[in-house]
Design a protein around this ligand. Structure first.
Ligand SMILES: *[C@@H]1O[C@H](CO)[C@@H](O)[C@H](O)[C@H]1NC(C)=O
Ligand SMILES: *[C@@H]1O[C@H](CO)[C@@H](O)[C@H](O)[C@H]1NC(C)=O
Ligand SMILES: *[C@@H]1O[C@H](CO)[C@@H](O)[C@H](O)[C@H]1NC(C)=O
Ligand SMILES: [Zn+2]
Length: 508
């Protein structure tokens, strides 16, 4: 290409005899040739470089420090790149990158905790974890993080200065909680004492007025100090798996408490003040030794979950039906003989566990719990279910291990099938119903003896819920509940012939 241009220029300028012109032409030709050569060489060198080097060339023009990079050996060059990478990633906009000699090695040595990946691990930790994660791993707590009283005291003393919002003294094999903990300050929101061997808590703990979460599970606590009543901001209190025999009355002062877990303790009774916990939503008292509940528990109107399984309860408070927010109720493995009829007013219930009790019947109007999806009544003394059960759309219904009536057991069914021989109840029955319906207060001697005797055998109509005594119609029918068993359903109707509102459940 260069020679073609040269020829063209020669033809243009070369005129015989004109020495000056030809020498000028040769000069220009040389100039153009050199320029073209330079250009060509430059282009070649750019095209033949790998793309990464082009990029680096661009970056080189940005930072002054890199100017000497091209002269250092490859290994050194690679190391520089490794060091630079995180910086250029974390500061994509900063153009002047300066890396001092001290920063680079420090960055390399601070290894993040292998568990949480957020906090630097402690150098001496055998498991390369931070203190919190190491202690949280029950299976392998590292000695580097320290256990026992002195280590805990060290953490508490540190917290006295740092004023943290959370304090973690879990998995430290503590037999005693340092009483200095009370002075960590009211900024403390969460205190974690899980999995130690504490038998008591210091009264000073009550000074931590800012606490919102207090975790005491898996210890050997025999009681909680009265001072816990001072945590007016406490939202969650977990003391499951301890040795608690009773709870302090001051517990009722926890006006913000919404979750209380005392599963797996030795509680024999509850203070009636528990009914003051107006905000309580979840109450877990599974696996204790409760024999009865205070009636005040029916005041916990915000309660959505109540777990009382594996206790020794023989009856439930009559006003249980006030808990209309309740969605889950666990009363399994107790010694319940009956349930209050009012249970059928807890219409938010979705799951109910009643297995392993001594129940003979279920509340007649259970079918009103129209949200109910799970009903467990395994291993009880039930012979038949209320007919209203057929209104429910149950997903789970476990009813085995009950002495249920057999469909072919004619004599037993005949006994339960009653039909009145007149259309209209006798006068004494009507009088008794009226007295009962109007809740007339009466004493012995006020009423004719026959009426008084009748009033002592009050029953409830399966259809209208009205009172009746000796005049009624009853029957056992077999029907499928949901997609499950064919079970005996029983109903008693007070006015089969003359009350439009009092019709048997249609089971056909
Ligand atoms: C906490 O409860 C106890 C016992 O129920 C009561 O005597 C006391 O006055 C309450 N304290 C506060 C601060 O409300
Ligand atoms: C209470 O503890 C039991 C047992 O560990 C657990 O199954 C339950 O979920 C806990 N309840 C709450 C509300 O934390
Ligand atoms: C239920 O809790 C709310 C706040 O979560 C509270 O305002 C209300 O008073 C509580 N209900 C009762 C009956 O105490
Ligand atoms: Zn009726």
């Amino acid at each position: 290409m260069g020679s073609a241009v040269g020829k063209y220029l020669m033809e243009l300028f070369a005129k015989p005899g004109d020495v000056q012109t030809s020498s000028i032409a040769i000069f220009i030709l040389g100039l153009v040739g050199v320029t073209v050569c330079c250009l060509l060489f430059n282009l070649r060198s750019v095209f033949h470089k790998p793309p990464s080097q082009i990029k680096k060339k661009r970056r080189r023009s940005l930072g002054s420090y890199v100017n000497h990079v091209s002269t250092v050996s490859t290994t050194q060059h690679m190391r520089n790149r490794v060091h630079r990478k995180p910086y250029s990633e974390s500061h994509p906009s900063s153009q002047q990158v300066t890396v001092t000699c001290r920063e680079v090695p420090r960055y390399q040595l601070s290894i993040l905790c292998v568990s949480c990946g957020r906090v630097p691990s402690k150098k001496a930790c055998r498991y390369s974890r931070c203190g919190e994660c190491c202690r949280a791993n029950k299976a392998s707590v590292c000695t580097a993080h320290g256990t026992g009283g002195s280590a805990a005291l060290g953490i508490v003393e540190g917290a006295l200065d740092d004023k943290p919002q959370e304090l973690d003294l879990s998995y430290m094999n503590l037999k005693q909680c340092p009483s200095r903990i009370g002075y960590v300050g009211t900024q403390l929101v969460c205190l974690n004492l899980i999995n130690n061997r504490l038998t008591e808590l210091p009264e000073e703990i009550g000074l931590l007025r800012g606490l919102e979460e207090l975790f005491l599970q898996y210890n050997c606590l025999k009681e909680l100090p009265d001072a816990v009543g001072q945590f007016h901001k406490l939202h969650e209190l977990d003391c499951k798996n301890n040795h608690l025999r009773k709870l302090p009355r001051s517990l009722g002062n926890l006006s913000s408490l919404s979750i209380f877990n005392a599963t797996n303790n030795l509680l024999q009774s509850l203070p009636s003040e528990i009914g003051n916990l107006a905000r309580l939503e979840e109450l877990c008292l599974h696996s204790n030794q409760l024999t009865e509940l205070p009636d005040s528990i029916c005041n916990l109107l915000n309660l959505t979950a109540l777990y009382l399984g594996e206790n020794r309860l023989t009856k439930m408070p009559a006003d249980l039906g006030k808990l209309i927010m309740l969605t889950e109720l666990d009363l399994s493995s107790c010694e319940l003989m009956e349930l209050p009829d009012s249970l059928s007013r807890c219409t938010s219930l979705i799951k109910v566990w009643l297995s392993n009790n001594k129940l003979q019947t279920l509340p007649d109007q259970l079918g009103r719990l129209h949200q109910l999806k799970e009903l467990h009544v395994r291993n009880n003394c039930i012979r038949y279910f209320p007919a209203s059960l057929s209104y429910l759309q149950l997903y789970t219904f476990s009813a085995n291990q009950n002495p249920l009536l057999y469909e072919w057991d004619g004599p037993a069914r005949a006994k339960l099938t009653i039909s009145p021989d007149t259309d209209v109840p006798p006068l004494v029955e009507l009088a008794a119903r009226q007295v009962a319906r109007c809740n007339v207060a009466w004493m012995d001697g006020d009423l004719p003896s026959e009426l008084a005797a009748l009033l002592r055998s009050r029953k409830q109509c399966s259809s209208c819920e009205g009172p009746f005594f000796r005049f009624y119609q009853s029957e056992v029918v077999f029907a499928n509940i949901g997609i499950f068993h064919r079970v005996p359903l029983y109903q008693q109707i007070c006015s089969p012939f003359n009350n439009m509102h009092c019709q048997p459940v249609d089971l056909t």
